[in-house]
Design a protein around this ligand. Sequence first.
Ligand SMILES: [Zn+2]
Length: 247
Amino acid sequence: MIPEFYDNCGIQGAYVPEINCILVLRDSALEAVNDPTLIEAFLVHEMMHASAHKLIKEGWFRSPYDETYWGTFLEEGWADLHRGIYRSRYMELKSLQEKLNYDNLSTESIVPIRFAKDNIYLPIPVKYLHVASDGKVRYSITAFAGYALELLWRKRPDLRDAMKEARTLFSGLERVKSILDEIHRGIYRALQLGGYTEDDFVNKLNMVISKFYGGLPSFIDGEREKLTEELKEVWNNILSPDRRKIF
Ligand SMILES: [Zn+2]
């Protein structure tokens, strides 16, 4: 049953709340082209889901008093942000450095990901990426939620404590809701609604960058201290013809 589950879903791990059980596939091909911390980090992601098992009936970060459904984006953000923290601490950069072909990358370097469908680019830190067994650089869609949440935490560091509290106490769920709506009225509901699809997650990261960082050019401008000269140039070209205003 378990090999079929992975083949059918094409995913690395899952948390099954009904039996409070985590499944993670130890894919030796992926370990070989990355490093063992990639799979360990998938385990961290699933363990972070499991950290809410006492409140699971209420539906992840959904407050019991609101009308939204599941809060998947916040939940996946919570799990994947912690995966990112783990990767940032322990990953080896060698294979991503080779595949991405940028010099002097760090785990926090923000590289552009292009979404052909909407003709947009979004930044993603290297720690959220990996090399797939076919040699291509890949991401899991939850990375967009993880990074969006990271950017929200930057704006309101108390959101982090509230989310931690929300894993075990209803009062934390209410705090999460009120902090988000203090940052921007209606943002809690906007993040909560929607499906578990790449389009949804990409749109929500885009929304966080637009609403809280003044849009992509202004966000990249704010990150310039952290960018290598090469990445500045790459972003510069992407954001052209406004580049003179940016760098
Ligand atoms: Zn997840």
